[in-house]
Design a protein around this ligand. Structure first.
Ligand code: AMP
Length: 215
């Protein structure tokens, strides 16, 4: 079962991918998390990706496709995966098709729809645990102790690319390069539009229901 979570930054892909991973036993494959880990570790990949990420631009396809191919080839992904933030461009979608035997008919693509103002509100108030990647929101989902992760007690930070000037660029990239994927998948995969402007638990139940029907 291969699930793709598509949607703008802040639409809730990461949150739902984590829950789907726990419930379905399929690994969450987040290119964003993998790239951030590479930046933290100072690897060659991290050095290559950092400038793009800091500016809110997409990392070049050749780099990201390599990361995704390597991850999907691992044994834990042999029964499927939950793709979170990949693919984000048409060449990446084609790269994914090549990796998985040339077609995407078996994919279930969830398209998360959230109004622009709400995306900006979520991203600008988001705080993130650099150790376990959990996210919180200053107003709508604060941690139990201010500034500290509920899971592991590590100090929360604001991701540099969640600062307002960078958010604008990320949304521009989404409009120009990721949005066209909706059209791409409409005829090639099972597309399920998801109203992401609802409480997390409601969205999760809808995703589980759709998985039963489509996967
Ligand atoms: P995310 O955490 O998914 O919002 O990703 C954070 C940043 O990592 C993005 O703004 C991009 O710079 C980079 N990134 C993550 N996934 C991709 C991808 N599939 N293609 C290109 N860049 C990516």
């Amino acid at each position: 079962m291969n699930l793709i979570l598509l949607g703008a930054p802040g639409a809730g892909k990461g949150t739902q991918a984590k829950r789907l991973e726990e419930r379905l036993g399929l690994p969450q494959v987040s290119t964003g998390d993998m790239l951030r880990a590479a930046v933290r570790e100072g690897t060659r990949l991290g050095l290559e990706a950092k400038g793009f990420m800091d500016r809110g631009e997409l990392v070049p396809d050749s780099v990201v496709i390599g990361v995704a191919v390597e991850r999907i080839a691992r044994p834990d992904a042999k029964n499927g995966f939950v793709l979170d933030g990949f693919p984000r461009t048409l060449p990446q979608a084609r790269g994914l098709e090549e990796m998985t035997g040339g077609d995407s008919r078996g994919f279930v693509v969830f398209d998360f729809e959230v109004p622009r103002g709400e995306l900006v509100r979520r991203l600008s108030g988001r705080r993130w645990c650099p150790a376990c990647q959990s996210t919180f929101h200053l107003e709508s989902d604060p941690p139990k102790r201010t500034g500290v992760c509920d899971v592991d007690g590590v100090a929360l930070v604001q991701r540099h690319d969640d600062e307002e000037s960078v958010i604008a660029e990320r949304l521009r990239e989404y409009d120009a390069r990721t949005f066209p994927l909706i059209e791409h998948y409409r005829t090639r995969a099972q597309m399920v539009p998801i109203d992401g402007n609802r409480p997390k638990d409601v969205v999760f139940q809808e995703l589980l229901g759709a998985v039963e029907v489509h996967a």
